[in-house]
Design a protein around this ligand. Structure first.
Ligand code: URA
Length: 476
């Protein structure tokens, strides 16, 4: 029996040399005991009596097989050397095909290769350096502590040498320490005390991590599978993770709200159509095709159609909502979806005949965000409201109503120019720029968003009161 002791540093290269010599001497796999020794073990090859050369052969392996074997040899399994030697012998004499997973040894080796690759990937991603050098040193110096699952330090370190080639650094692991000094990479067995001292750089890492963290892309399960908990203890930024996860939905919403409306690429082609159409000859009845063609803002590009106002051209009451919803976009008529049903119910309770009023919206196209098969309503921005005000002003000039009822904050902003809190202003009348009074009310969709029945009933009662007031002021 041969005993081969491979060193802790240069393990894979030593195994390769020994395997080649053993194969040349025709030593079968079951006649070799493999062990990993200390750093002085490089010459401990073949301590026992030599086996006579019976069927020596040169090992010839495909590059892919060599790479996989050498990666798998970084696994912590003590059997890995024996298994790899057995496999190379059988590959060489043609009794095993590379990648044949029906062979238990090959199957295990490929699994171990995968585990090692994953561990190396984790090390590349999660090593965190702290600056440890003196300020007057010619090269900046950093240190990091990392605990990989497998003895991968030698395999993982060249990546850091490429990436941080202009600084000196040490990465200590419980097994080996990689050192990069003046451009030269070396390894030593880790001694106690190599763990880098904490210093201000940890704060920098925290700031960095918090700033690259994108709450809109947070998927906790994917994150913990990519960054398992066991790595967290050596990551300064890990202390932030629970809080970042907790606040992510709110921050994602804030990002969405703050996001500019980005015109799709084809908007440029439509730019010529953005010129204001000629108002000559337009009537309330002929506004719809003009709205359809409008590209003053990009909302209309994605909508099915514009939704024009509807009602008698001489109505004394003009009712203005926010923008068409999904149902209105498909049908081309205002207030016929869920919010429209609330509106109709309240109007009926208020004794207001909807068909006597001119019902329209501040924005003529449906703005939405696609989510699977659904189209989620999105509030128009101040800019979009301002673009569409051109049409609303035209409707006001053509209609000359006695009173305008603004339903919701968007309508209030479009009609009065003020986006100030509607909860306080609802139920009051403000003077419009042309002197036409504007009665402010909450939007019917507000009723639908309230969580409990009592609050919904109160909101419906308030809307009904406002509709009754509108009827009184405009239609009596
Ligand atoms: N919400 C509105 O503001 N208007 C509609 O037409 C439908 C829903």
């Amino acid at each position: 029996m041969r005993t081969v002791v491979v060193p802790r540093i240069g393990t894979v290269a030593a195994w390769r040399d020994h395997a080649r010599k053993l194969a040349q001497q025709g030593v079968p796999a079951d006649r070799v005991l493999w062990r990993v020794g200390g750093d002085d073990a490089a010459d401990l090859f073949a301590r026992d009596a030599p086996v006579p050369d019976r069927s020596g052969r040169a090992l010839k392996l495909a590059r892919q097989a060599i790479e996989s074997l050498e990666t798998a040899l970084c696994h912590r399994d003590p059997e890995r050397f024996a298994r790899a030697y057995d496999i190379v012998l059988r590959l060489s004499d043609g009794t095993l095909r590379w990648g044949d997973r029906s062979d238990p040894s090959m199957h295990r080796l490929l699994l171990q290769e995968k585990a090692v690759r994953r561990d190396i990937h984790k090390m590349h991603a999660f090593v965190r350096f702290r600056e440890v050098g003196r300020p007057d040193a010619p090269r900046r110096a950093f240190a990091a502590w990392f605990e990989p699952e497998h003895p991968i330090t030698e395999a993982a370190a060249p990546f850091f040498a490429r990436r941080f080639g202009d600084m000196d650094w040490i990465i200590a692991t419980p097994d080996l320490t990689a050192r990069f000094e003046d451009g030269a990479l070396s390894f030593s067995v880790t001694e106690t005390g190599d763990r880098p001292p904490p210093d201000a750089t940890e704060d920098l890492w925290r700031t960095y991590f918090a700033s690259i963290f994108n709450p809109a892309r947070l998927m906790v399960s994917a994150m913990t599978s990519e960054m398992p908990h066991k790595y967290w203890k050596n990551l300064p930024e890990a202390a932030l993770i629970p809080e970042l996860i907790r606040t992510a939905p709110a921050r994602a919403r804030a990002m969405q709200d703050a996001a500019p409306t980005i015109p799709p690429p084809h908007v440029d082609r439509l730019r010529p159509q953005r010129q204001l159409p000629d108002t000559e000859g337009l009537t309330l009845a002929t506004l719809k095709p003009a709205h359809d063609a409008c590209r003053r803002c990009p909302i209309g590009v994605c909508a099915t159609q514009a939704v024009a106002g509807e009602g008698p051209p001489d109505a004394a009451l003009m009712i203005v909502g926010e923008q068409p919803g999904d149902a209105e976009d498909l049908s081309g008529r205002p207030f016929i979806g869920p919010a429209g049903q609330v509106f109709d119910r309240c109007a009926q309770a208020a004794g207001l005949d909807r068909s006597a009023a001119y019902v329209t919206n501040a924005v003529k196209h449906f703005k939405f965000q696609p989510r699977g098969k659904r189209r989620l309503h999105q509030r128009p921005t101040t800019d979009e409201i301002a673009h569409c005000r051109w049409w609303l002003d035209l409707e006001r000039q053509l209609l000359r109503p006695k009173l305008i009822l603004a339903l919701g904050a968007t309508a209030a902003e479009a009609l009065t120019g003020s986006g100030a809190g509607l909860l306080k202003r609802a139920g009051t009348v403000e003077a419009g720029p042309d002197g036409v009074p504007i009665l402010l009310s909450l939007h019917p969709a507000h009723v639908l968003r309230l969580p409990d029945a009592a609050a919904r009933a109160r909101a419906e009662a308030a809307l009904t009161r406002d509709l009754a007031q509108a009827r009184e002021l405009a239609l009596r």
